[in-house]
Design a protein. Structure first.
Length: 560
């Protein structure tokens, strides 16, 4: 047995990652719910742009604009102090239910078996539920803050800022409302507004929302993959002089235990628009500018300079099978061609990606090769059409077997950064090795061999059938046993051959063959699950949840 196949057989039995309470709600139940199911009894309901306004059903006030509802995410806010959250928190507040009781009630509304919650719920701890509550409280608070800051941006107080964004970046009056941007005027304005909404001011001080350094800045929400606000991002307008290595903006939560940055900026918008060809940029501002010029393919997303392992895992789930990722980092002359290059760092994390990864040579952002340059400066000088042309010149760096490289030749800059290491060259980014376009991940090799494996399994199945059911090699007609007719009677005419495929015959043959085989997966084998040659088995599961991996692992286990 080869070592690689042995490793595969042992590793494929690893247990799945335990999903947390909010993940089950987001992935299993939320998509089946509607606004009418959860919020059908609201009074004085009226549309207000993307949201609905109504009287709050919690404190039962008569103010028709105290309660705000997002019809897509089913997230709600009471501006008079009742808090906010998602469907679970709404039922907890209005019906005084526990978290699990509210989640089960939502499952029934959505037509989902509540038992799905029990499978995971028996492993959840009090800390899991507390973390979920913290996420919902933070999202609710930041939505209240963003509602206020968006109002300021679109008011008379934000007129000069809107003109600046239009003049320098092309973010005009028709684009801004779609980008979920806001204006932070002063910390005093924010303090008094949030105080009027009944928020806990001590908690807000701890959140950092009253920071004087944010005065006059553009702010934007940073959302997780489900659209829940988990962070804020700010950018100082007119920030013309800065160290080239410094980010243009800054997040409210940098290193945060709630995972505020584990989702790339704008990824939730890409998922909402069903976009799977993405371009990864350094900072949120660059993604906003790319959206401002109408860039949709590839769809812009952003990080803070480099990917994290958590973001790579999420991108793998998003792009597997039918997506691609294009990298475009700012040009830093001092780090270009070294291991500090952001593109090199990101490629190292993406080495085993099972989706195509393309790279744009960052030096092409700068007319003067000795100067720092970014997508921001390129768009200001060259415009959107040249930016789109630049993206088309990307070169494939990681190419699984199914991918097709973009029509371009390897750029000179990439040859130096990611090319093979020359003799005696000082260790640097060239350590990354040659272009990975010629390398195929292990899963590609396994899938390429699947047909051969299937043929070998079929031959083994045929050999296991009873003699009177075996098929002649290369023929679909069964080989019948010789007739044993009495000598005194003429031989009877042969029976007509049975059909090529018969469910009854398949079932009969399955149960008289050799002993059933285990799967090699400890969890299944302990439950007594066995497979018999010729038995028809239905393997169910959501897309991208490992059905193909299970099948290939099963076949390899039986062969070896």
């Amino acid at each position: 047995m080869s070592p690689s196949l042995t490793t595969l057989k042992l590793n494929t039995a690893a247990p799945p990652r335990l999903r947390k309470p909010w993940e089950v709600i987001d992935q299993e139940i939320l998509e089946h719910l509607t606004m009418e199911m959860v919020f059908g009894d609201l009074h004085k309901l009226r549309r207000d742009g993307k949201h609905y306004q109504a009287c709050c059903p919690i404190h039962r006030g008569k103010e028709a604009d105290a309660f705000s509802l997002d019809p897509e995410r089913l997230e709600w806010i009471c501006f008079l102090g009742c808090g906010g959250g998602g469907p679970v928190q709404f039922l907890q507040k209005t019906q005084r239910l526990t978290w699990m009781e509210a989640a089960q009630a939502l499952a029934v509304m959505a037509g989902v078996d509540p038992a799905k919650l029990h499978v995971w719920g028996q492993h959840w701890t009090d800390q899991d539920f507390e973390r979920h509550e913290q996420l919902e409280r933070r999202s609710s608070l930041l939505r209240i803050f963003m509602a206020f800051s968006r109002t300021l941006l679109m008011s008379a107080a934000g007129r000069s800022l809107r003109g600046y964004l239009d003049q320098h970046f092309g973010l005009g009056e028709t684009v801004l409302p779609e980008l979920e941007l806001g204006l932070y005027t002063t910390s005093a304005d924010v303090f008094h507004y949030l105080k009027r909404t009944g928020q806990d001011l001590q908690e807000l001080r701890g959140r950092g929302l009253f920071e004087p350094r944010w005065t006059g800045r553009v702010v934007a929400p940073w959302m997780d993959a489900s659209g829940r606000i988990v962070n804020l991002w700010s950018w100082e307008c007119g920030q013309l002089s800065r160290d080239p290595g410094d980010p243009i903006g800054e997040p409210l939560f940098d290193r945060d235990p709630l995972g505020a940055q584990q989702t790339p900026f704008f990824l939730h918008q890409a998922l909402k628009a069903e976009k799977h060809d993405l371009i990864l940029l350094d900072e949120p501002l660059y993604a906003l500018l790319a959206r401002g010029i109408g860039l949709q393919d590839p769809f812009p997303i952003a990080t803070w300079g480099r990917l994290t392992n958590e973001q790579v895992d999420l991108l793998a789930q998003t792009l597997r099978r039918d997506g691609s990722l294009t990298l475009l980092s700012s040009y830093h002359p001092e780090s270009y061609g070294t291991k500090s290059d952001a593109t090199f760092q990101n490629l190292k994390l993406l080495e085993e990606a099972d989706f195509p990864v393309y790279v744009v040579d960052s030096k092409r952002l700068a007319q003067d090769e000795k100067r720092h340059a970014s997508p921001e400066t390129f768009l200001k000088k060259q415009g959107g059409s040249d930016f789109r042309l630049l993206l088309k010149q990307a070169e494939v760096m990681i190419a699984p077997q199914r991918s097709v490289a973009k029509e371009s030749s390897l750029l000179p800059g990439l040859s130096r950064i990611f090319g093979s290491k020359a003799a005696g060259e000082e260790a640097g980014a060239a350590d990354f090795g040659q272009s990975r376009a010629s390398q195929v991940p292990l899963i590609g090799l396994l899938l390429g061999a699947a047909e051969e494996i299937g043929q070998r399994i079929a031959r083994g199945f045929l050999k296991a059938l009873p003699a009177d059911h075996q098929l002649a090699a290369g023929s679909s007609t069964p080989v019948l046993p010789a007739a044993d007719a009495p000598a005194q009677l003429p031989a009877a005419p042969p029976d007509p051959p049975p059909p090529v495929f018969s469910v009854d015959r398949l079932e009969q043959a399955s149960w008289v063959t050799s002993t059933a085989k285990p799967s090699g997966w400890k969890e299944l084998d302990e439950l007594g699950v066995r497979f018999r040659p010729g038995e028809l088995v239905m393997l169910g599961g959501a897309p991208r949840h490992g059905r193909t991996t299970f099948q290939v692992g099963l076949l390899v286990y039986w062969l070896y």
